[in-house]
Design a protein around this ligand. Structure first.
Ligand SMILES: Nc1ncnc2c1ncn2[C@@H]1O[C@H](COP(=O)(O)OP(=O)(O)OP(=O)(O)O)[C@@H](O)[C@H]1O
Length: 132
């Protein structure tokens, strides 16, 4: 409630940004999966720089990284809404959480496929050069 009073002087746009930003910070702080995605994103970014990937490849890497983060945030939001609705076991609560988790998994699988398409040929080429 105090936060709402303090925020009265802010413009609606800056409020929107600050709420969205606090959601991201909360996700990073509270969600284990979010931290795993952050480590993976840093590793992929470093590998992309080292491998000097093309602009088009960067677009796919960026879409993969931001897509997983976005879906993970939506998944966390759905988990909280479900928990707010019921603390009892309910088949629909299970379906809602499993569907949201499934969405993250589907996108993560796509991201891994993209990473394989981009990096396996480059790593194979590097390996060939090293053993020659
Ligand atoms: N109220 C509920 N009713 C029925 N099943 C539930 C309920 N809450 C959770 N579950 C089941 O337990 C699983 C784990 O739920 P939980 O809320 O612990 O999320 P989680 O998988 O730990 O998510 P994360 O690791 O991202 O925090 C859900 O995917 C769902 O199958």
């Amino acid at each position: 409630m105090n936060m709402d009073l303090n925020d009265k002087n802010k413009s609606p746009l800056s409020k929107t940004f600050s709420y969205a930003f606090s959601g991201i910070v909360h996700g990073l702080g509270q969600e284990r999966n979010f931290r795993i995605h952050t480590v993976a994103a840093i590793l992929v970014t470093v590998l992309s720089i080292l491998m000097r990937i093309s602009s088009v490849e960067w677009l796919f890497v960026i879409l993969s990284i931001f897509g997983v983060f976005t879906l993970e945030l939506i998944n966390s939001a759905i988990e909280r809404v479900v928990d707010l609705t019921t603390s009892e076991y309910h088949p629909l609560a299970k379906q809602a959480k499993d569907l949201a988790a499934g969405a993250v998994l589907v996108y993560s699988i796509m991201s891994v496929i993209i990473a394989c398409i981009i990096f396996i040929p480059k790593l194979a080429h590097l390996y060939k050069m090293l053993i020659q």
